[in-house]
Design a protein around this ligand. Structure first.
Ligand code: OOB
Length: 533
């Protein structure tokens, strides 16, 4: 893992940005302070801070007993339920390193994580398959035999008698069964690797983002201050809870920092979520523009009142000025734009910014020590107000990906600046406006799709001669994916065949093309490359 230079790290420690606190210790402290208050609930369980803390302990003891120790990677693929947080904190306590897979990731992505990170365990909330034995053996093979066990959380159906010993089914969490405290000799320290997040991805192979306890907690504390969180705050989480944005910007961690309550929504559909907001007295909710747009349409019909709602956050993709204005009016609340990246840097519009700033910019960095610069195509610095490539470094922005020297060479400068791939302009106050994108990634309503990856899998289809994937404008998603396919034999394939092929390759559902077109040949650029735009 590429770290910050020692002199820079020392500065962050001296400034008090990086402390000795680990994520495991963070929860212990919060339980001491806010014990009987509700920390989190989902569709079936509600846990106080004391219970969440105890559940993390007993799960840590169990995982330690299964051989997970400091530095071991564990793929965690759990949907929006309390067990996601219990398992995360359990791993933090024993120094296990979760890889935060999203529920929508397919078998293929899980295989790729196994190849890169050589995990010892996979913990998921998916239903076991009949062929689980073969799957585990295959994944163990890909991970260089590091993978020892697979744990599934949920209902017993689906796990057959033939399941191998290394596949275990854990029933949903029961608070009455928590009593152990893990006894671990080799405890993690705050500058150790805490977990691996996934990059929004601009290449075919996923990139893993190494975050430390100290850098991440600094961004959480800063975010909680910016959002003025207190123990009276209630956050509804309609997005996949393991994503960096609803996890830490300020996310669940920010809420717990302040002693508030997290409510996990199963899905982001407006009908269920809007009534849940009323019932739970939600004060803050993180959304992506595509979902904000759906909620806006529902709200304009139903006109509910949300007397406690303070902040409607929108981030992950560019929000249009019109929608921002309409959201504030329809929900009678303040919109906060969030422009962030799992690699680090997060910007927020502030709650007391004037309307123009709130609706037209993507906000200001968290830290005065976040370095932000805008350069032209040749790497020369540009003056304030001019649009160019955004480069950044700072106290919570990584200096390199996990086990990926090739990506490090292209994504980081020798001086440690991260090339975000975003085109922005920065005004003289430091507020950023996203003006475009230099990376090839398609931002499909906040979900990032690398066209090269889909093209790679399309080319693997023996019926396909050539293929190109592009993003096309979409009123709701911002962009949707369109695949243009040249079949070897004209008329031999339907768009359904194309999607079925990709699904069977194990690709995440959000990467399947929204639209498939067939052509006799592809347009080429002058150098003979496929024309993407
Ligand atoms: C968030 O993180 P990622 O890692 O899924 O994606 C990062 C990329 C950025 O580089 C940018 O291209 C895009 O997503 N993006 C935005 C945006 N927020 C993110 N583009 C325009 N406007 C915005 N407000 O997406 C993420 C991480 C933490 C907080 C919020 C979002």
């Amino acid at each position: 893992m590429t770290r910050w230079p020692e002199s820079t790290a020392r500065e962050y420690r001296e400034l008090g940005y990086w402390t000795d606190e680990t994520l495991g210790g963070f929860l212990r402290e919060r339980a001491r302070e806010y014990g009987p208050r509700t920390a989190v609930r989902d569709h079936r369980a509600e846990l106080t801070y004391t219970q969440l803390d105890a559940a993390a302990d007993s799960t840590a003891t169990r995982l330690h007993g299964l051989g997970v120790s400091k530095g071991d990677r564990v793929i965690v693929q759990i949907d929006n339920r309390v067990e996601l947080y219990i398992v995360q904190f359990a791993l933090f306590r024993i120094g296990g390193v979760p890889i935060f897979a999203l529920p929508s990731h397919g078998q293929l992505e899980v295989e790729q994580f196994c190849q890169i990170a050589e995990p010892v365990m996979i913990i998921s909330s998916s239903t076991p398959q009949v062929s689980e034995k073969e799957r585990v053996a295959h994944l163990a093979d890909l991970s260089g035999d590091s993978l020892r066990s697979r744990i599934m959380i949920g209902d017993a159906d689906g796990l057959t008698d033939e399941a191998p010993d290394n596949v275990q089914l854990w029933p949903a969490f029961d608070p009455s069964e928590c009593d152990d405290v893990p006894s671990v000799d080799d405890v993690p320290t705050s500058e150790d690797l805490a977990f691996l997040q996934l990059s929004g991805g601009s290449t075919g192979i996923p990139k893993l983002i190494p975050r430390t306890h100290a850098d991440y907690l600094y961004s959480v504390r800063g975010s909680a201050v910016i959002c003025e969180l207190t123990e009276h705050d209630v956050m509804l989480v309609p997005l996949p809870a393991a994503h960096n944005y609803p996890y830490s910007s300020p996310g669940a961690l920010g809420i717990w920092h302040a002693g508030g309550e997290v409510v996990l929504a199963k899905r982001p559909d407006p009908d269920a979520c809007l009534s849940q907001m009323v019932e739970t007295g939600t004060t803050i909710v993180p959304l992506v523009p595509a979902i904000a747009h759906m909620w806006l349409m529902a709200q304009e019909m139903e006109k509910r009142q949300y007397p406690r709602l303070r902040i409607l956050q929108v981030g992950g993709a560019k929000l249009s000025r019109d929608v921002a204005q309409s959201l504030e009016r329809a929900f009678d609340t303040t919109v906060q734009q969030v422009f962030g990246m799992a690699e680090g840097l997060v910007n927020y519009t502030r709650l007391d910014d004037d309307e123009e700033t709130r609706v037209a910019t993507q906000g200001l960095r968290i830290s005065p020590h976040d370095e932000v610069k805008v350069v032209d195509d040749n790497g020369n610095d540009l003056p304030a107000g001019q649009s160019g490539h955004l480069l950044t470094r700072g106290p919570y922005t990584i200096r390199g990906y996990y086990r990926n020297p090739a990506a490090n060479r292209s994504s980081f400068t020798p001086e440690g600046w991260y090339r975000t791939g975003d085109l922005v302009s920065v005004d003289d106050r430091g507020y950023i406006t996203v003006t475009g994108r230099a990376k090839s990634v398609i931002n499909r309503g906040g979900e990032k799709v690398a066209p090269e990856e889909i093209e790679f899998h399309l080319h693997a289809d023996p019926r396909v001669l050539d293929a190109v994937v592009v993003g096309v404008p979409d009123e709701i998603l911002g962009e949707r994916t369109r695949a243009t396919v040249v079949p070897r034999e004209k008329g031999s394939m339907t768009s359904r065949d194309v999607r079925t092929w990709l699904r069977e390759r194990g690709l995440a559902s959000f990467k399947l093309p929204d639209q498939v077109r067939f052509a006799d040949e592809l347009e080429r650029t002058a150098v003979g490359k496929n024309q993407r735009t």
